[in-house]
Every structure is written in C-alpha cells, then in structure tokens.
Design a protein around this ligand. Sequence first.
Ligand SMILES: [Fe+2]
Length: 215
Amino acid sequence: MKSLGKPLSRRAFAGSALAAGAFAATRGMAQTPGPMPTMDSQMGPFYPLGYSGEDDFDMTMLKGRTARALGEVIEVTGRVLDRYGNPMKNAAIEIWQANSVGRYDHANDQNPAPLDPNFQGVARLVTGTSGEWRIRTIKPKFYDTPLGVRTPHIHFDVTGTAQKLVTQMYFPEETEANAKDFLYKDLGQSAPTLVAQRAAPAIYRWDIVLMDAAG
Ligand SMILES: [Fe+2]
C-alpha cells in the first residue's frame, strides 16, 4: 500500500509561519496576514462547571466582604483579535485560576493549601467595541500535580463567532518555571503566543488572536 506520509499535525500547522497567512493566500483574500493565532491548551481538571457565584472583572473583591483577596494584586488586560488583527467585539471570555497559594475553589482540587474566602476565582467578560477586556486579580501561585509542577497560569475560554478557544496565559517573569512546565513545553514554538507582556510592575497585556474573521 502506498504511504500517504505523515500528515501535518494541527499543532505544527498553527505553530508555523503559515498559520495566519495561509487562509488569505489559499482563498484569494485581499487581507494581509495577521498576527499568529493564539495556541489552544488543555482545559485541565478545574474548569468551573456549574459555577454561579460572582463573576465580574474584579476577582480580588467579593460583594459584602471588606477584605481583598490575599496575594499580589495584578491587572491583566488585552484585546480579542481576529486572524487579520481586527478587534472582535462581543467575544465572551471565561477565566478561572488558582489563588495566591495555588488552590482552586473546585471539588476536584486535592491541594491541601487553603481556600481564600475573599478570592473570586472565576470571571466572565464580554469584549468591548475595540475587542478590549480586563480583569483585576491576584497572581496565582504554582501548584503540584501528578505530572509535575504547574507554573503560574490563568485559564481562558474564549468564544468568538466561529471558534471556541480554550487556553492558558503565562507570566513573562516566570521563564524558568515556564520552561519546566509539562504543558508549556508541549506548546513548542507556539508557546510565545500564550505569554503575556508586562506593561508595568502589576499590569500585564495579552492579546488573544482567534482564527475568526470579524467581518
Ligand atoms: Fe490550572
């Protein structure tokens, strides 16, 4: 039987220089190639299934409480863009993360580190007219898993018009820890698309690029 050869994996495709421009080239579109699409990454075991608590942009303060969540307060902001770099308004973003000691408020988390009753843990946002979004949160701590230590990260589930992207955001100052993280390593050359930029000591910027065309 004639070998068909090894097909190009989705990961290799998305990580190649072809990724964004290929669509325009093969479909004869006039648009110039856009930025590298944001790579997907595992949802993991702590997706906030059925969460019905507070989910506004400020994850450090809960209504009715006077104390702020423990840990280093940071702001993470960015835009959702389509494959040509156009802003995507009304994209839905769900965010979830561990607290300042690496614990998720989730039934599956076996980490003995304590919960923080003042930490929200989940946010749900919709992008504005220029695709912008923003959260105030605390920097999550690393945590251990049976497969190895997870470097600090924030989980994202982004819904555009044609793509649902489940992925994770990493911190640029954690170069060493990121390099040892088993999921980060799996990203290969696409890893930089998941690393935020540090715009100020407590402000991170991270643009999310979908394969959609905003129109
Ligand atoms: Fe996680």
